[in-house]
Write a protein that binds this ligand. Structure first.
Ligand code: IPD
Ligand code: CA
Ligand code: CA
Length: 267
């Protein structure tokens, strides 16, 4: 069983409330699929609504905490030592296409340090939570990163840049290096869930670049609390600033990081 702090209870309640709206709206998207215009506007509205719910719930429970949210951006709070980092819908493309692989991601930062993370998939009803020093849990069961130590046995997740996103060539270079060395590469479409899956030992490792703080803040806590290691692509602890991330157990994250660095070095 997980023992969690009152702050985590607040995060769980906010996520569950927003999830109810997303579940309803996801059902609608499936009906809207056939319309020519597609459900894009509808999804934008669902995303905003979920963010508003999370914002209201967290503000009610913890007045004064600041926010960094995907849609609303930075909202300063009177309490300068606490900040919520929120992605109300991570995996928008999946949501829009009726693919049931998306999540709500909420992290808490205290004095600039990530201390709690929650990633919730409302469709599979999988709630991943972790708090600094308390371990990581999936629906109240303790989770740990995978114990595999060799890349040829590893399933590695990533994100693929798409239209309107930078550095397609850089990604091709990375993929070219990684796919040659591993058991399989996966692209699920939600960075927050990718990290939660690493924490649960489903993915052995994960890397991606050009991410935002709200995509990865909660997942970083989960991986660390599941006994894993997280860094930026150069090996530094700069994931939030650089938007690049490599995650896995100690051994695999180092091996994957080295492979990526080597791939980018001019030969
Ligand atoms: C995206 C997802 C995706 C990642 C993208 C993100 P969004 O977030 O996390 O897996 O590859 O780079 O932008 O737009 O669905 O919230
Ligand atoms: Ca989002
Ligand atoms: Ca996102």
């Amino acid at each position: 069983m997980s023992r969690h702090t009152p702050s985590m209870s607040v995060m769980v309640a906010a996520a569950r409330k927003a999830a109810r709206g997303l579940q309803r709206d996801f059902g609608e998207v499936e009906n809207l699929q056939v319309s020519l215009k597609g459900p894009a506007n509808f999804v934008t509205a669902a995303d905003r609504k979920a963010e508003k719910t999370i914002f209201e719930e967290l503000s009610k429970a913890r007045p004064g905490y600041g926010f960094l949210m995907e849609e609303a951006g930075v909202i300063e709070g009177a309490d300068k030592s606490h900040r919520w980092i929120v992605d109300p819908l991570d995996g928008t493309t999946n949501f829009l296409h009726g693919i049931p692989m998306f999540s709500i991601s909420i992290a808490l930062e205290r004095e600039g340090q990530l201390v709690a993370g929650l990633v919730y998939n409302p469709i599979s009803d999988e709630m991943f939570i972790g708090e600094k020093g308390q371990g990581a849990f999936l629906n109240d069961r303790r989770i740990r990163v995978s114990a595999r130590r060799e890349l040829p046995q590893a399933v590695v997740a990533t994100g693929i840049p798409h239209i309107g996103r930078p550095d397609h060539q850089g990604f091709m270079t990375e993929l070219g290096a990684v796919m040659n060395e591993v058991a399989g590469v996966r692209r699920m479409g939600s960075a927050a869930l990718d990290l939660a899956y690493v924490a649960a030992g489903r993915f052995d490792a994960y890397w991606e670049t050009n991410l935002s703080a709200w995509d990865i803040a909660a997942g970083i806590v989960l991986v660390r609390e599941a006994g894993g290691f997280v860094s930026g692509l150069t090996g530094r602890d700069d994931m939030i600033e650089s938007g690049g991330i490599v995650a896995g157990n100690d051994m695999l994250s180092r091996k994957l990081g080295d492979l990526l660095k080597k791939a980018h070095k001019p030969s």
